[in-house]
Design a protein around this ligand. Sequence first.
Ligand code: SF4
Length: 361
Amino acid sequence: MLVHICCSVDSHHFLEKLREDFPDEKLTGFFYDPNIHPYSEYKLRLLDVEYSCDRLGIELLEGPYDLEGWLGLVKGLENEPEKGDRCTVCFDNRLEVSIKKAKELGCKSFTTSLLISPKKSQDKLEIIGDKLSKEYGVDFIFKDYRSGNGMELQSKAVKENLLYRQNYCGCLFGLTAQRIQQQKLLDEMISPISNQIMPESIEERIALYKKRNILYKEDKNFKIIKQKFLNYRLLSGSVSSEKKVIPSYFLPYSSLKNKKTAGQIEYEIDNIYYLNRDETKLLTLKYFNTLANTQYENIFELIKNPPLFNDELEVRNKIAQSPYDLSCIVVLETIPDKKIEISLNSELFDDVREVIVELNK
Ligand code: SF4
């Protein structure tokens, strides 16, 4: 039987149940989900499904990540609500590619872990599965593992196996609507040009779940716990003087109440230059190199290849001498002695991240 897999949260318990109900059947997982955006999130969910299938001893195949094909199919349906027509097209596509794969592999039957997802219509999936089954001559296995205490067991499997629990269905369109409704930053679609790994970003989660895989292989005793913290994203920032933009680098947690300030250097203490407005501080790249123990030759090098986020935080702490400081701190190659204008668009927000803690045996 070929089992289309949408994510480990849905597939882990689903596969366990299928194995109970079809003990003589060889199950093969098929991860075909070009609806998952961005690509980094796709890789993260795949990583988790690989880990889950490894734990279950089930072979896993990966389908093509045909993003453009998928976008073409849902064109015109971008603004449909979740569970609407875009989702029907999305199921059609994923099930049709899966049944074709099942046929190619000579499987007699196929099914999908979408059937256990509480947010998906089982009726819709059954209609699509049965229609495809008639067309391709491969049985569609409909199973309702949701009812009764199904959801409770699914949740237990996720907890026990330390699986990655995503907080959106998958596509850019559903995610955008969800974040607007939650009045939350669409952070999943933001990647710094430097590729720096930001706190509670998809990239940080990939690193965390890779570490989980290593600890699992080493048979270590560990837990994944949640931490509430103040998160930060720099959206844009620039500095100019005498109507010329100057290369600049904003340290994390820099913020400006009105997104703009302008003033002159009022005084300098220990290589930190204080603007006479909005608690803004400036330092030279040379002094930044001293504080960060780096050797950048110009600001562009720093922008393209910055230190680790936490190392930058240490620099901020050395300058501000407070873990709660949110003032705007900017690195420049040289400090202008004329009027300085600063624009800064940044977001500070409450967030929750996962961290791994190792336990004593
Ligand atoms: S919301 Fe989910 S099911 Fe609907 S189109 Fe997007 S990814 Fe597919």
